[in-house]
Design a protein around this ligand. Sequence first.
Ligand code: ADP
Ligand code: MG
Length: 317
Amino acid sequence: MSGHGEFDIIREFFTRPVHDETVVRGIGDDAALLTVPAGEALVVTTDTLVAGRHFPDHAHANDIGWKSLAVNLSDLAAMGATTRWVSLAITLPSNDASFLRDFSHGFFALADQAHVNLIGGDTTRGPLSITVTAMGSVPVAQALRRDSARPDDDLYVSGTLGDAGLGLQLALEQWQDDITAADRAHALERLHRPQPRLALGLALRGIATACMDVSDGLAQDLNHLLRASHVGAELALDTLPLSPALRAIDPAFATVLALTSGDDYELLFTAPASTRDAIAALPVPCTRIGRLTATPGLTFLRDGLPVAMPVAGYTHF
Ligand code: ADP
Ligand code: MG
């Protein structure tokens, strides 16, 4: 990059003092040098955000910075990992100092909250695209996987579902119905500033038999978990946890949003019935939405009876 060059950008916007004994070398060498705590496995995840696809073209840089990190930390939470390190590859159309300042503020606001250090990255010119690699660690036997759910386990989801889907309709100006200012603000906050469930992921070690985050819609993500674990599920539609904003809209559409809209970043997990008291005491409200079956497939229930529902989630291709 010319003018305010690549190295000035890295120094001004992305280099901060790191006080962490696991970071032997961070930004400024050819590669970062990190030490994984003894007895723990390294947990690594990468997600790319592309302008116009993962966030609207007019999204605020601050929110883009936050969300590009949040979606990655959510994957670490879903593995039960302690979040530790992150690298950032950013491609920018131009050297826009105000964009970079706001982006880095949003990014570091969440990095500080999650106690992760930025340990490297790459800076290039081109259409706006952000790739974050987040890393953490977990004792291998305590990692929360997708392939270890068992028949008769309870099925849970944290928080509420469908809020980011409503937020996306609002952001794209596709929402025609009345909505209160408070409900609008809530839905947009869930879309632009998702809160990865980090404390919950850690608390689920030793409780959950399987876990994943809900990024592409509950129905689609649950199907992934069921296939990986070779089990099925009965999901009670009347138990889906909905925020006041979702309860204020048409109930049938609220259910569709809760089942199929992405970007909520809640945790979907399974646990034996013996853990119900432990789950009630978790740091985030978790709702029991069904149970697993030995027979494969996902069955939706209303008033205890099977019903047909659309289950398409977001796919890129
Ligand atoms: P190299 O040419 O060895 O790949 P770079 O010139 O790409 O190194 O980067 C110099 C240093 O700055 C490296 O430590 C790299 O990890 C870091 N870095 C580059 N871009 C970013 C960024 N956007 N955020 C954080 N660190 C970055
Ligand atoms: Mg490089």
